[in-house]
Design a protein around this ligand. Structure first.
Ligand code: IVH
Length: 699
C-alpha cells in the first residue's frame, strides 16, 4: 500500500517519465534512474492489479514498460531479479522439481452449520481457558493453493501444495501472477525469510472469456475457475501462463525468521494480513473482519454468503482463525489440521444425478453435440435436466455410460458441467453412448476432420444449421433482436416465412399478426426490434455472422480496426493475423468465410434490406461520448441495463466495470449500493439518476 504523499510523488514521476518516453528524440536527460522507473511501474502494477484502480491507461503503462525493456536490453548488467520485466520470458520449464515446504501445509477442518462452529469455539475456549476468543473471519478462496517464500525481500520460490509436505516448484509460473510483488520490504518488519500461503485464482470474468475461447475452438470448457487456475499453474511455458491473467490472494504466514533486533513483526493474524497489504500483496485485508466471540463470526458469515454471487472471484466458504498468534501456538495442531482455524463451507454447487440418455444436436457450424439428459436436480439454485457433453473424447475421458451416477457442478453463472461419472456404483445395466453415423436432422453422413474432436454435418443447407444460424444472428449477444426468441425462429421457419438470415428483414407482419397466439402488440414489438437492429454496432454484426472461431472478443477486436464488413473480405490470412489474438486458425476461418459466394450474397442482401455493415462508433453523432466512461448501478425503471449500455456505446462511450478516478459518469438506479458510496468520495465522478441519463442521451 502506498502513502498518499508517496502516491503524489509517484504520480508526478509517472508524468515526467511519460513525457520523456513519448518524446522521440530524447535529447533531454532521463527524469531518474532505471530503478526509479521500475518503482513507477511497480506502483502502477499495484494500482491496476491489487487496488483495481488504475491511474494510467494500458497504452501509457505499456510505453513505460517497453522503455524499461529497451533500456535493460541495451545494458543487461543493470537487470535486477525483481525488475517488472522479469515476470515474463524466463524460459521453458522442463519438469517441475519437487521441494519441501518450510512448514507442512495442513488442511482445515470443515464445518457446515452454526452448531459445528459453536462446538469448535467451545473446545477452543476450554483449551485456552478464555471466556471469549477474538477471531478473524475471511473468505475461503476457491482456487489452487500455493506457498511462496521471500528471502531478504526477494521472491525466491513458489510451490504447489503437493502432498502438503512437498510440492512442485513452479517459481517461473508464480512470477507471472501480477498481484504478487517480485520483491517486498519485509525487512521493514525485521523479517529475513518468510513463507506465505495463498490461493491462485482466475476471476469470473477472465474465466468466462477463457471458456468462450475454448468453446469457439471446439475444446470442451472447464467446469470451474479452480480447474482453470490449477491447470494454468502447471503449464510448462511461463509466457502462456502470463496470458491467463491469474491472481493470488495471500492469507496465511506459515513461517518467518527475524533479524537479531526485531519486535516489529505483527502479533496477530489480522496484523499479518495488514502487513501483507501494506507491502503490496493482495491479502484479504478488505474482506476480513475481526470479531470477539462466535456469534459475531456467525453473523459475518451469513452476511458474506449473500454477497457470494456478486464477488468477482469464486469462494466456497469462509475461514475462521484465532487472531492472536501466541494463542494459535498454544492451541496447536492435530495430526491433520490446526485447532486454531476452521473452514465453514457454503452450500454445495455440486450434486449427484443420473445420466438417463443422450440426444444429438446439430449446431450452426454443423457440429454434432451430444447432450446428456439427466434426472432433474437442483444445483446452485437452479434445476438442471440436460448438460452438453461436448464430444466423443470428452465422453471417453469422463468414462460416461447411459445409466451412470454422475457428479455435476454449476459454479456461479457458468453453464453446468459433468465433473465425473461414478463407475464404482454401476450395476451392469449401463449402456455405451453410441455416436450416430448420419446427421440426426438431414441424414447426411457425418464427417470428422482429422485434427478435430467433433463430428460434423457438412450439408450447409441442413435445416438444423439454418435454424441455428438464425437463432444465433438474433440472439442477445449478437444482433440482440428482442422478442425474437428461439421458439419464434422455429415457428416462422416451419411456416416457410423465415427461410434464411436476410428474410428476418422481409418478414410479413400482417401474416404474423394472424398467427395463433401472436398478439398484435407482440408483432409490433418484434417489428420495432427488427427495425432498430439495422443500426446495430459493427462488432455485434460481425459476431452475428457466425464465422467459426470468431467469438465476441475477436469480433470486437476486428470491428475496432475496420470501417465496413467488406474491409475484412479484402484481407489475406497473413494480414488478418496482424490483429491482436488472431492466430492462424481464426485468420483462415475469416478468410474462408469471405471467399464463399453464398456468404457474400447474404451480406449484399442484408445491405440492400437496410442493415448497416459500417462502423457506427466513428460516425459523427451529436452528443458524441467518445472518451467518456459510464457505469450503471442499481435497478433502472425505464430502461433495461443492456439497453442503456448500448445507448452509451452507440454514442462512442465506454462501459467500465468498477468505480475509480477513471470513471466519468455513474448512473444510479434503485437500491444502489457500495458503488454509489465509493463514487461519492471521488469528486470528479458525475452521479446521474435515470432521468438525467436520458436527458444526456437525448442531447
Ligand atoms: S488458511 C494452516 N485461509 O482452503 C491453515 N486457507 O483446507 C492454512 N483456503 O488448503 C490455510 N482460502 O488452500 C486458509 N482464507 C483462507 C483460505 C484457505 C482458501 C484453502 C487452502 C486450504 C483449504 C482448506
Amino acid at each position: 500500500m502506498y502513502h498518499p504523499d508517496e502516491i503524489k510523488i509517484l504520480q508526478k514521476q509517472s508524468h515526467n517519465w511519460l513525457s520523456y518516453v513519448s518524446n522521440t528524440n530524447q535529447e533531454k536527460k532521463a527524469p531518474g534512474t532505471v530503478e526509479d522507473l521500475r518503482q513507477v511501474l511497480r506502483f502502477h502494477e499495484n494500482r491496476y492489479y491489487v487496488m483495481n484502480d488504475p491511474l494510467l491507461s494500458d497504452f501509457e503503462y505499456d510505453s513505460l514498460f517497453k522503455y524499461l525493456e529497451k533500456w535493460e536490453k541495451e545494458d543487461p548488467s543493470i537487470i535486477t531479479k525483481d525488475s517488472p520485466t522479469q515476470r515474463v520470458g524466463i524460459g521453458l520449464i522442463k519438469d517441475f522439481p519437487k521441494r519441501q515446504h518450510l512448514v507442512p501445509m495442513l488442511s482445515l477442518e470443515n464445518s457446515y452449520n452454526a452448531d459445528d462452529l459453536l462446538d469448535w469455539d467451545r473446545k477452543a475456549r476450554e483449551l485456552s481457558k478464555l471466556a471469549e476468543i477474538e477471531y478473524c473471519v475471511e473468505p475461503k478462496f476457491d482456487g489452487a493453493s500455493i506457498s511462496v517464500v521471500y528471502d531478504h525481500d526477494q521472491l525466491s520460490r513458489g510451490l504447489t501444495r503437493g502432498d502438503g509436505e512437498t510440492g512442485d516448484d513452479i517459481t517461473p509460473n508464480i512470477k507471472q501472477i501480477r498481484t504478487l510483488p517480485l520483491s517486498a520490504k519485509f525487512s521493514n518488519y525485521g523479517i529475513e525469510q518468510i513463507e506465505i500461503r495463498g490461493e491462485v485464482l482466475m476471476n469470473k470474468n477472465n474465466f468466462k472469456q477463457y471458456n468462450e475461447a475454448l468453446i469457439e475452438e471446439g475444446t470442451p470448457p472447464l467446469a470451474n475457475p479452480r480447474n482453470a487456475a490449477a491447470g494454468s499453474l502447471r503449464i510448462k511455458d511461463p509466457f502462456i501462463v502470463s496470458k491467463r491473467n491469474l491472481e493470488a490472494f495471500l492469507y496465511h504466514v506459515s513461517y518467518f525468521t527475524l533479524t537479531a533486533q526485531s519486535g516489529l513483526e505483527p502479533k496477530t493474524h489480522s496484523g499479518m494480513l495488514e502487513m501483507l497489504w501494506i507491502l503490496g500483496f493482495r491479502s484479504p485485508k478488505q474482506e476480513m473482519k475481526v470479531v470477539t466471540g462466535i456469534q459475531g463470526v456467525i453473523q459475518y458469515i451469513t452476511s458474506f454468503e449473500e454477497k457470494r454471487d456478486s464477488l468477482p472471484y469464486e469462494i466456497d466458504g469462509m475461514v475462521i482463525k484465532v487472531n492472536d498468534l501466541h494463542l494459535q501456538d498454544q492451541l496447536g495442531n492435530t495430526s491433520h489440521h490446526p485447532r486454531w482455524a476452521i473452514a465453514y463451507k457454503f452450500k454445495a454447487r455440486q450434486a449427484t444425478s443420473q445420466l438417463l440418455g443422450v440426444e444429438f444436436q446439430v449446431g450452426r457450424t454443423g457440429a454434432v453435440t451430444p447432450v446428456a439428459k439427466i434426472k432433474p436436480v437442483q444445483v446452485g439454485g437452479v434445476t438442471v435436466s440436460s448438460i452438453s457433453i461436448h464430444n466423443e473424447d470428452y465422453i471417453k475421458d469422463k468414462d460416461l455410460m447411459i445409466g451412470d451416477a454422475i457428479l455435476i457442478e454449476r459454479s456461479g453463472d457458468v453453464i453446468p458441467q459433468i465433473v465425473k461419472s461414478l463407475p464404482e456404483l454401476r450395476n451392469g445395466n449401463e449402456t455405451l453412448i453410441e455416436f450416430p453415423k448420419k446427421c440426426p436432422v438431414c441424414h447426411t453422413a457425418l464427417f470428422k476432420p482429422v485434427d478435430e474432436a467433433v463430428w460434423r454435418c457438412v450439408n450447409i443447407n441442413c435445416e438444423a444449421q439454418i435454424i441455428e444460424r438464425i437463432i444465433h444472428f438474433v440472439s442477445k449477444d449478437a444482433m440482440d433482436i428482442r422478442s425474437f426468441g428461439e421458439a419464434n425462429v422455429r415457428r416462422f421457419y416451419s411456416l416457410g416465412i423465415l427461410p434464411d438470415v436476410p428474410s428476418i428483414y422481409t418478414l410479413d407482419f400482417e401474416t404474423i399478426k394472424k398467427i395463433e397466439g401472436f398478439g398484435i402488440k407482440s408483432a409490433e414489438n418484434l417489428q420495432q426490434a427488427i427495425e432498430s437492429s439495422k443500426n446495430q454496432s459493427l462488432h455485434r454484426l460481425i459476431y452475428a455472422l457466425g464465422i467459426r472461431f470468431v467469438g465476441e472478443t475477436t469480433a470486437k477486436t476486428l470491428a475496432q480496426s475496420i470501417d465496413h464488413v467488406y474491409d475484412l473480405a479484402k484481407l489475406s490470412p497473413e494480414k488478418l493475423m496482424l490483429f491482436e489474438d488472431v492466430g492462424v486458425k481464426v485468420a483462415n476461418s475469416i478468410y474462408e468465410f469471405f471467399k464463399n459466394e453464398d456468404n457474400l450474397k447474404m451480406l449484399q442482401k442484408l445491405e440492400q434490406l437496410g442493415v448497416s455493415l459500417q462502423r457506427k462508433e466513428n460516425m459523427p453523432v451529436s452528443g458524441d461520448l467518445a472518451g467518456q466512461t459510464f457505469l450503471f448501478t442499481g435497478t433502472l425503471q425505464e430502461l433495461k441495463r443492456s439497453e442503456a449500455e448500448t445507448m452509451v456505446e452507440n454514442l462512442g462511450g465506454k462501459i467500465v466495470s468498477g468505480v475509480s478516478s477513471k470513471l466519468h459518469y455513474l448512473v444510479v438506479g434503485e437500491d444502489a449500493g457500495s458503488k454509489l458510496e465509493k463514487a461519492k468520495k471521488i469528486p470528479s465522478i458525475k452521479i446521474l439518476n435515470e432521468k438525467d441519463f436520458l436527458t444526456l442521451m437525448n442531447k
